[in-house]
Design a protein around this ligand. Structure first.
Ligand SMILES: [Zn+2]
Length: 100
């Protein structure tokens, strides 16, 4: 998994930001991780620290692009959206568990 991780980053030419839980919740965020949901053969990025996750998609780059958009640092509007989304995810968490 880690061996293929660097390729899409190079392809889209941007740094993958660390999860906004570092800012919003003052967590010690670690690097986001990519996982493949085997049951539906799609990718998803998530934060091992807080559990924030993107939508899942067959296209790895789309997943990375979504992560980058959702976790862009230094933008208050993005932070607010992140917080809302995180809270929604906490409620929906049981729904995603079936894939794992
Ligand atoms: Zn996080």
């Amino acid at each position: 998994m880690s061996s293929s991780y660097g390729t899409p980053r190079a392809a889209i030419g941007i740094e993958i930001p660390i999860c906004l839980c570092r800012v919003v919740m003052k967590r010690t965020a670690t690097q986001p991780k990519m996982r493949r949901i085997k049951a539906i053969n799609e990718y998803q990025m998530y934060c091992p620290s807080c559990g924030f996750y993107t939508h899942h998609d067959w296209c790895k780059q789309a997943v990375i692009a979504e992560w980058c958009g959702a976790n862009r640092p230094g933008d208050e509007h993005i932070e607010n959206l992140w917080r809302q989304r995180y809270e929604r995810q906490q409620q929906e968490n049981t729904a995603i568990q079936k894939y794992l």
